[in-house]
Write a protein that binds this ligand. Sequence first.
Ligand code: GLN
Length: 307
Amino acid sequence: MDLQAIVDRIAEDIAPHRGEGRVADYIPALAKADPNKFGIAIATPDGACHRAGDAEEGFSIQSISKVFTFALALDKVGDALWHRVGREPSGTAFNSIVQLEAERGIPRNPLMNAGAIVVTDHLIDNGDADAAIERLLSVLRDHAEDSSIDIDYEVAMSESATGARNRGLAHFMASFGNLENEVEVVLSAYFRHCALSLSCAQLARAGLFLAFDGKDPVTGERILSSRRCRRINAVMMNCGHYDNSGDFAFRIGLPGKSGVGGGVFVVAPGEGSIAVWSPGLNEAGTSLVGALALERLVEHTCWSVFS
Ligand code: GLN
């Protein structure tokens, strides 16, 4: 299969749609993104990366970072993670608080904001949020074989300055005893990991191990057990796009995670990992043009896990 021809074709096909969707503006620094941007990259086990459009340009990966913190926490604490966060789809928005009261401060899943905040809490030892972020950065740089990956501190500060909802979620969970560290310590790490800036090419490479049962097919390094890798992919399939997860599975049929920066990361098990970016979002906060591009990709490759 000529994947380079496929990504070139997808970039051509979606060109008339560039600029569609609504750029997230609730984090002021994100509102500056150019809605006409579009990038796609596919990382494959031979170490190649097929790219088209703005695939080399860094963007705010936002909630896609939750996949990497989830993987680190599962690796660190194992099944104990499930005592403090569930693994069911929420059917609600990424920043929803409604279920938390009835479910006694246990968020539905690790990929919605409340769940990701609990996951981040697991990564902080001795109240040291900086060390947790350093570790995450070093892991991502290793996975992507790219030491230039970093956090966009302007985005992190902008998110913190407007973070009333996430503070609300965190305090609410703390009231049920579901945070071990101070709320502001956990959020300082959470805002920073959401503000990670990666290009499509870096993101696809960083997550390649998730398409290969937890083992990086290029370096041969085992990053996660195959059982845990399968579980992450299962949670991505059911919960990766909040109340849009059903539609995403219906249209694309690959485990994935969206972020309000307009990125979407998806895994085609045994084939490769894909990152797309286009800042205009649909109602549920998934990149509108990014999802169109992924639909085309699955038509061209038949990579849906349901085929
Ligand atoms: N950092 C964003 C927030 O917490 C992440 C949301 C997202 O990408 N869906 O609001």
